[in-house]
Design a protein around this ligand. Structure first.
Ligand code: GTP
Ligand code: MG
Length: 303
């Protein structure tokens, strides 16, 4: 049956739901027959006029809200940082100042977005993990990735001088950003393991590659061909036997990347006492094994 106060725009031959146009209640309609400037017209027509006839274009905006109850990861990655790192004379294979600047920019993101429970960074990338139940920006994918990416990039430039006091960026650095969803705790752990394994593989390769060049006097082409087909054990052996470098004693930030989490830390009070305060701290720990997750089980618990 046709509902009251509803007129159908069209009745398709096949029985699809027709689009209803809501009409004014009958009482108002009757009144409107005698009064040209009736309340209905005034209220609805004038509002429609105020919104302009172009308002409909909003309907072209896609609804990109992320699925509820899923982990949201926003990952930012430097655009063309192979060139950027060369142009800005980053130390090879790792520049502690540059990596520390990345950590500082990521800390700014976590300071702003309280629903980011953990961030992980290595090389020119950072991943931000939002709580499963976050309602930040109504979980809108583009809003999340663009805001995180924009803040990260501006913080990277804002704090540049603290880490590179004698130079300024030669051109504006660019980071891309994407939002990815992970439904289960295992998925989010595997995602973070993937990024940390990537850090390990790349860093071991780069450390051996640049040691062969800088200390071994090889050309980049020679170093590349020497490393072709080698496994991680072979690279460890080259470093140790030829250069006396024990890869396992290299700084943990370089081998494991950086995890940012919030921890309660004691802060000094003016009266001499201390009180606990939540702070964003940097840790360079293994997040592939179970130990980190057993110690930090709250991170994967929905609150
Ligand atoms: P796109 O991300 O595809 O735009 O390319 P990219 O050039 O940024 O390469 P990618 O993200 O795959 O890798 C990051 C690159 O940044 C590395 O290959 C290095 O060349 C450079 N990089 C990152 N961190 C350091 C560092 O501490 N020292 C040096 N020397 N280079 C670094
Ligand atoms: Mg990059």
């Amino acid at each position: 049956m046709q509902p009251k106060n509803v007129r159908f725009l069209y009745r398709p031959a096949f029985r699809l739901k027709a689009i209803p146009i809501i009409q004014p209640p009958r009482k108002v309609l009757r009144h409107s027959q005698h009064c040209r400037s009736n309340i209905w017209k005034k209220t609805f027509h004038s509002t429609a006029m105020a919104k302009s006839k172009f308002e409909y274009v909003r309907l072209f905006e896609a609804d990109d809200r992320c699925l509820p109850n899923t982990w949201i990861v926003v990952r930012v990655d430097g655009k063309g940082f192979h060139k950027f790192s060369t142009e800005h004379e980053y130390e090879k294979p790792n520049d502690i100042k540059a990596l520390s600047l990345m950590n500082r920019a990521a800390t700014s993101v976590m300071e702003e977005f309280k629903d980011v429970c953990l961030a992980y960074g290595q090389s020119d990338e950072y991943s931000f993990v939002f709580r499963k139940e976050t309602q930040a920006y109504s979980r809108r994918s583009a809003k999340l990735s663009t805001n995180v990416c924009s803040l990260f990039t501006s913080a990277f430039v804002y704090y540049w001088n603290e880490y590179f006091p004698t130079s300024k960026p030669r051109y504006p650095p660019v980071f891309d950003g994407r939002t990815v969803l992970y439904p289960s705790n295992q998925n989010i752990r595997d995602y973070l393991s993937w990024r940390q394994a990537d850090c390990h593989i790349n860093n071991l390769y780069n450390t051996t590659f640049w040691t062969l060049i800088l200390k071994g006097g090889l050309t980049p082409a020679e170093a590349e061909s020497k490393l072709k087909g080698t496994l991680s054990g072979d690279k460890n052996e080259i470093l140790f036997s030829q250069f006396g470098i024990n890869y396992n004693t290299e700084p943990e930030m370089l081998r494991k990347g950086t995890v940012l989490v919030r921890r309660k830390v004691p802060v000094a009070l003016p009266n001499g006492g201390t009180r606990e305060k939540s702070q964003i701290v940097q840790e360079h720990v293994d997040i592939i094994g179970d130990e980190f997750w057993n110690t930090n089980s709250h991170l994967l618990t929905v609150t």
